[in-house]
Ligand binder design. Structure first.
Ligand SMILES: [Zn+2]
Ligand SMILES: [Zn+2]
Length: 136
């Protein structure tokens, strides 16, 4: 049974991503752009479409290894979440803000290369679902 009050974000939806600290858009040239620190500094570009997992990085990232820090390109503050970890592999997650139908929601992405877990905060799961999320 479908709860009609629940917003479902479908696969392929364009995610309007913002920094949760400075509220600036994280999108640049149609990609979600994040600053990464992994011994050296670089940029990680992710597809802004839900469940489309293309990505590229300006520095080498080993498969199955986590990125040490993910930061906002504008304010340089860390996006690593202190109170949540990946529900699939237990790694640290980065938190960004996503514009949903009626409000901005917290959106988490795993810092481990190759892990495709992403999710919402438990508060937002009350009225929003991601299509093809682990709950289904
Ligand atoms: Zn910022
Ligand atoms: Zn993970």
């Amino acid at each position: 049974m479908v709860d009609e009050n629940k917003e479902i974000i479908e696969s392929g939806t364009f995610l309007n991503a913002y920094c949760p600290h400075c509220d600036k858009s994280l999108l640049e040239d149609g990609m979600l752009k994040l600053k990464i620190h992994n011994g050296e500094e670089g940029f990680l570009m992710l597809s802004p479409y839900l469940n489309v997992f293309t990505s590229k990085s300006t520095i080498f990232l080993a498969e199955d290894k986590t990125v040490k820090d993910i930061r906002c390109c504008h304010c340089n503050r860390s996006l690593i979440s202190a109170d949540k970890t990946c529900e699939k592999c237990g790694s640290e997650v980065a938190k960004i803000a996503i514009g949903a139908r009626t409000k901005l929601i917290d959106f988490y992405i795993c810092t481990k290369k190759g892990c495709r877990w992403h999710g919402l905060s438990s508060d937002d799961l009350i009225d929003i679902r991601l299509q093809d999320s682990l709950e289904w």
